[in-house]
Ligand binder design. Structure first.
Ligand code: GLU
Length: 414
């Protein structure tokens, strides 16, 4: 089976014919600029030492400093981090941010560590990568399995090593140490804006009502709330163990309003009455993918009955499945657009940190709205003109920006 990275590269190949210029520079995106593999020794609470494997893939920096999250997951591999690094480079370019793309990962199930072990692991990762990251080099953020507390420890470690406060070194921090009040909900909010704009442009507003959401982590739990507030009927939600389904609509406010440490926590899934596989096959208007990559693939795509898919998970749909959905007129709002609200939120956190100031939550939401609406109408127009789908349009425009910057920078040694 092709790896996640190999399948992600396929999207580049699919977008290539729509590139207007600099196509000869495309190979620059076929491999990361730098891949760092780390082994982090951590003294565990039982006194024994454990070594954790991790990576930072700095994929491309033609447009600005590397930027992208750090994932803590028991199945993370170098291949996965590489694919996510590429998607991050495309995402930042697609939305028009002055950033390159990177991704980090540690192979660990964070739920199996206690708080002290988690802190040591987070600090250890920064100690090893210190010379290669920082506000103008590479700015990490949370991703699957990491959170604001982990970003606070990492920022603190970075500042200790620097000898001065460097809040702009990481984004997604708690508000008290320079984080943005909007960052936690930003990815979910951005996804909601993408949906709202696409419904408007395709004249589907009011026609899409029932929704199933796979994944109730930070991204899923927020989008569920935004959808509920806007009057959509959320009929199914799930986590990795299974989901809840009620065709009359779930009581979202009760299930997803658990507050932990001032932030919205995960939705509380009661006794599951549906599997993840059957959630993806539900006869709903909209399917939201907010879990892991590759969830809709060759083996299950034929069962999908939704009319639209909002791909909040990076790489949620494989290229072959994407082609099948396109043929069957299922409208996909692709990952690099649907999930870009998070990094737009990060960008305003980072800018505020440089200026030693802060933006209000409302301000950041308005800025996310502006970024996403503008990008979407550009992508939609491009897609219409070229008769390609929204993913190919977003990928082509993103690639063209990266290649144009590569050419202008003149640093290809070619
Ligand atoms: N991990 C998030 C993503 O995949 C956010 C990245 C960031 O804010 O740098 O988009």
């Amino acid at each position: 089976m092709a790896s996640f990275f190999d399948t992600t590269i396929k999207f580049l190949e699919k977008a290539a014919p729509s590139l207007d210029a600099n196509r000869e520079l495309l190979p620059i995106l076929y491999a990361p600029k730098r891949t760092v593999k780390v082994a982090i020794p951590v003294k565990m609470s039982n006194g024994k030492m454990r070594i954790f494997e991790g990576w930072r893939v700095q994929y491309n920096d033609a447009l600005g400093p590397f930027k992208g999250g750090i994932r803590f997951h028991q199945e993370t591999t170098e291949d996965e981090v590489k694919a996510l690094g590429l998607l991050m480079a495309l995402k930042n370019a697609a939305i028009g941010l002055p950033y390159g793309g990177a991704k980090g990962g540690i192979r660990v199930d964070p739920k199996t560590l206690d708080a002290i072990e988690l802190e040591r692991l987070s600090r250890g990762y920064v100690d090893i990568l210190y010379p290669l990251i920082g506000p103008s080099r590479d700015v990490p953020a949370p991703d699957v399995g990491t959170n604001p507390q982990i970003m606070a420890w990492m920022t603190d470690e970075f500042s200790l090593l620097s000898g001065f406060a460097e809040s702009a070194a990481f984004t997604g921090k708690p508000q008290i140490v320079g984080g943005s009040a909007a960052r936690n909900a930003a990815t979910g909010y951005g996804g909601f804006v993408v949906l709202r704009e696409v419904l408007k442009m395709t004249k589907n507003a009011g026609k899409i009502k029932t929704v199933a959401v796979q994944g109730v982590g930070n991204v899923g739990s927020h989008i569920i709330n935004f959808l509920d507030e806007a009057g959509f009927k959320v009929v199914a939600i799930s986590d990795s163990k299974g989901g809840m389904y009620d065709k009359k609509g779930l009581k979202v406010r009760e299930i997803c309003s658990k507050i932990s440490g001032g932030m919205l926590g995960q939705c509380e899934i009661g006794a599951p009455n549906i599997t993840n596989e059957s959630l993806l096959a539900l006869d709903v208007d909209l399917l939201v993918l907010a879990a892991m990559e590759g969830q809709i693939n060759e083996s299950n795509v034929k069962k999908v009955r939704a009319k639209m898919i909002l791909e909040m998970a990076n790489g949620g749909i494989t290229p072959l499945a994407d082609t099948y959905l396109e043929k069957n007129k299922v409208m996909v709002m692709p990952d690099i657009l649907a999930s870009s609200g998070g990094v737009v939120g990060s960008y305003f956190e980072w800018s505020a940190n440089w200026q030693r100031s802060a933006f209000s939550k409302e301000d950041v939401f308005t800025k996310i709205d502006d970024f996403m609406s503008r990008t979407l109408s550009e992508d939609y127009e491009f897609a219409k003109k070229r008769n390609i789908n929204l993913r190919s349009a977003a990928y082509s425009l993103a690639i063209m920006r990266i290649l144009e910057a590569t050419k202008v920078n003149g640093s290809t040694h070619a």
